[in-house]
Design a protein around this ligand. Structure first.
Ligand SMILES: [Zn+2]
Length: 265
């Protein structure tokens, strides 16, 4: 196996998903050997969130708690009270993933529901003084404008960022970092590649979003954290810096915005 002589961190990884039930330990061991020093697992629902403390026990796996727009139909109004209680757990590093997804919001009613969960979770993040992990598709301007108007000042991460350079800078001005993952490896992602090349160093963090977002070199496969160093190498090439620099900066950017992440480099 190639040796990766630098440490790296997967800033957004659904490593708790059943997709990894048969080989999670093996993949983790190999990722460790490749330099992985930890990962951040987002919360997606109440049912999944209740299992995260056990999943992450005794590992450098950090977790957030949140209600993902993908699972809108399964969220219940009382889940906001559950989330409020879950955020009292000192191990929780962030609220999310929460967000707005234009592709999923096929009618006004669904979009209105997404907004409700999004606003409530932003308010909880502020009340608990925690950063937000956001899933945003086709709604960058609207989401950023609302957070700015509401005075949201906890910052966070826009994961799987695919907006424009201007939108990226706007998020960064609001105190958010941008998760860059497998999407940038696809040859058709020319606009995203130009954006990643142009954004400030302090705005970029590396993620896999495993098991989704498989990079082009793993097309059709389940994604896992071991793909991150190759994606990092491409990001480094686009930005004309060393891979090690991209990786180190990703870790320090995350540590700055997610103070509860105790990443040991
Ligand atoms: Zn995700």
């Amino acid at each position: 196996m190639t040796n990766f002589p630098y440490p790296w961190f997967d800033s957004h990884c659904h490593f708790d998903f059943p997709d990894f039930n048969s080989d999670r330990t093996v993949i983790w061991q190999q990722a460790r050997e490749m330099g992985c020093i930890g990962l951040l697992i987002p919360g997606i629902s109440r049912e999944q969130g209740d299992r995260l403390a056990d999943v992450c026990r005794d590992r450098p796996w950090f977790y957030a708690q949140g209600l993902h727009p993908y699972f809108l139909a399964s969220h219940r109004p009382q889940d906001i009270d559950w989330l409020d209680r879950a955020l009292a757990d000192p191990a929780v590093v962030a609220v999310g993933e929460a967000g707005l997804d234009k592709v999923l919001a096929t009618d006004d009613e669904l979009l209105a529901q997404q907004w409700l969960w999004f606003r409530q979770q932003a308010e909880l993040a502020r009340a608990h003084r925690l950063p937000l992990i956001l899933h945003i598709r086709g709604m960058h301007d609207e989401a950023a404008a609302w957070l700015k108007r509401s005075g949201f000042d906890q910052g966070g991460m826009v994961h799987a960022f695919s907006g424009s350079e201007q939108q990226g800078r706007r998020w960064h001005d609001l105190g958010f970092v941008l998760g860059i993952g497998g999407a940038v490896t696809h040859p058709r992602a020319q606009k995203l590649r130009r954006t990643v090349a142009a954004l400030p160093e302090s705005s970029i963090v590396l993620e896999t979003d495993s098991p989704d977002m498989a990079p082009a070199f793993w097309a059709g496969r389940r994604n896992d954290p071991r793909s991150l160093p190759l994606t990092a190498a491409l990001v480094a090439r686009l930005r004309q810096v060393d891979t090690q620099v991209v990786s180190a900066k990703s870790i320090s950017n995350m540590s700055l915005l997610f103070p509860k992440l105790s990443i040991n480099v």
